[in-house]
Design a protein. Structure first.
Ligand SMILES: *Cc1c(COP(=O)(O)O)cnc(C)c1O
Length: 386
């Protein structure tokens, strides 16, 4: 393999030297009071990025662990659930729901589109009895977002539970757990926070706990169990199993950097990177994947490829010829993603991404004005830094 110069993937992202230093701290015994203090501090800092006073649980596996465990804990056989599907993660939630025995209804749109709050409101008004709504705040593989700020309160006002996959939402867009009445939210360190993969960060409202406790099928004494964390760790300071000491230290380093920068500033850095990337891509002659610009996420810009240009070939050529690693759409469609996520959101990263992608696509026969794209992006960058 040729040398890798830049990782511009949509998670896991490149991490800062300070985060690497956190990951490299000495491994402590997990029942050392010093480590237990660290764990509690990291929980409090995680609550800050979730903007919540709810319980925070940190499960020791990539975000899929908590997404699966929480859903299994919440779902009882025959429970009426509305699942919003606008991408592959939402689709996957639906498969789990069916597996766990829910009575599932889906509002599904193309993976380049978004389910609107109006659609949700109309559906809930016409179908009383829905107990939970599941949604994905930011469909990373398509680079589209959902309007959680409106869908959350629509559900809360009707007494309906919300289950929110916001793995690439927290810090990449506004996320207000308590203000929007969100019951169960899951994020991970390896996306907009700029940490390492390996942990699930969860916020759980009292209503969500009540639902889990009322559910005889909720996992207990299981790796998937949230109740174990509630009773053992939050209850009397026992870990259900050995936590990933190094990942907790890495997470704390990433959280410290984000909180020092300020939540709003981190989000703005992602928004600025998107604006720069969009300007460059547009001027180059590229087409966006999303059907509408107002649903494009701030953490990744997805580019629609012509049918005869295969996204896997683009990724491979950019990696081998120019040393730049991109993400493809993980099955969302024939697209390639220019990520600006975590530590790669801002500055010259997107200029590098636009240059490498533009030239790779030219190499593959597309007629593009790479120079015009870079000029446009640099214009925006200069203005943003002024
Ligand atoms: C990254 C991500 C996850 C975690 O899933 P992986 O496939 O393990 O990366 C879940 N949901 C969303 C929306 C994500 O972006």
């Amino acid at each position: 393999m040729n040398k890798l110069e830049f990782t511009l993937s949509a998670g896991p992202v490149e991490v800062s030297a300070a985060t690497l230093a956190g990951l490299a701290k000495p491994i402590q015994y997990h029942y050392d009071e010093d480590f237990k203090d660290t764990f509690r501090r990291v929980q409090d800092k995680t609550a800050q990025i979730f903007q919540t006073k709810n319980d925070v649980i940190i499960m020791q596996g990539e975000a899929i662990l908590a997404l699966e465990g929480a859903l299994k804990s919440l779902v009882t056989p025959g429970m009426k659930v509305l699942n919003l599907v606008q991408g592959i993660f939402g689709k996957g939630t639906g498969y789990w729901l069916k597996d766990f025995g829910a009575d599932v209804a889906e509002l599904e749109v193309g993976y380049d589109d978004a389910v609107t709050p109006e659609m949700v409101e109309e559906y809930l008004d016409a179908h009383p009895g829905i107990e939970m709504v599941c949604l994905v705040a930011s469909e990373t593989p398509s680079g589209t977002v959902s309007d959680v700020s409106r869908i959350g309160p629509i559900c809360r006002d009707r007494g309906i539970l919300t289950y929110v996959d916001t793995v690439s939402g927290v810090l990449g867009m506004e996320h207000r757990t308590d203000d929007w009445g969100l019951d169960l939210c899951v994020t991970g360190p390896q996306k907009c926070l700029g940490g390492a993969p390996g942990l699930s960060l969860v916020s759980v409202s009292q209503r969500a706990w009540d639902k889990m406790y009322a559910n005889p099928a909720a996992p207990r004494d299981s790796y998937l169990s949230l109740i174990d964390w509630k009773e053992k760790w939050l209850g009397d300071g026992r870990f259900p199993y050995t936590p990933s000491v190094q990942d907790i230290n890495g997470l704390e380093a990433a959280l410290d950097q984000a909180l020092a920068e300020g939540i709003d500033n981190v989000i703005q850095r992602h928004v600025d990177a998107r604006e720069l990337t969009k300007a460059g891509a547009r001027a180059m002659g590229l087409e966006f994947w999303a059907v509408r610009e107002d649903i494009m996420s701030a953490c990744v810009t997805s580019i629609r490829l012509p049918d005869d240009v295969d996204n896997a070939a683009v990724r491979d050529l950019a990696r081998s010829k120019y040393g730049v690693m991109f993400s493809h759409g993980q099955g969302a469609g024939n697209l390639i993603r220019l990520s600006h996520m975590g530590s790669t959101a801002g500055g010259f990263h997107s200029i590098v991404g636009l240059a490498a992608l533009g030239r790779t696509l030219s190499d593959l026969g597309m007629k593009l004005d790479v120079g015009a794209g870079l000029e446009a992006a640099l214009e925006v960058l200069g203005a943003q830094r002024a």
